[in-house]
Design a protein around this ligand. Sequence first.
Ligand code: ADP
Length: 206
Amino acid sequence: MIIGVTGGIASGKSTVARAFAALGAPWVDADDVAREVVEPGEPALAEITARYSRARVLNDDGTLNRRALREIVFADSAERRWLESATHPRIRARLTEHLARLEASGAPYVLLVSPLLFESGQSEMTDRTLVIDVPEALQIERTAARDDVDEAQARAIVAAQMPRAERLARADDVLDNGGSEAQMQRRVAELDRQYRQITSDQSHGK
Ligand code: ADP
């Protein structure tokens, strides 16, 4: 069973994933895989440099200049769609490989942690979705405390993401992460019991 975990910036996705891992359920991070598919030597990077020229989108060491590429696709939605068509299928294929490997290692269930779980369609790869939810004011506060951004920038990032209500409407399960870390851990333990029960029922044909 694959649980898709998502939430806005600084909602606590990584923190929650670590709490699940401590109980024996490992995770794959879609952001890590998105970076992997554009590493030097990868076919997606070759397609990107063929389209935009090496000088424009590569750093001196041959790695992708993510900022330069971001500027290109932010300014032009057709280019953004092209970039997604070059990267999304490869990200999906690699996520599938990673998830299969984790499942084969005997994990009771596995997590796919993705900030764009719904927007990218990656939720189709999952059996259930878990949304990590925090009030926006707290999200902005935690973003500013963790990252090198001020409150106005944090607010702009939050405003550009999927609205909280829409994310919640799509969730099978919700983890309210507006409380303490101890409260978060108790909720993770509860969800862990629930997920183990579902997989155990499924394997007994219930
Ligand atoms: P995400 O992966 O969704 O961007 P993180 O897991 O990195 O979010 O959490 C964002 C920040 O909030 C981190 O600094 C983390 O330590 C903190 N944090 C997460 N959950 C809690 C909590 N329940 N109480 C206090 N701080 C938290």
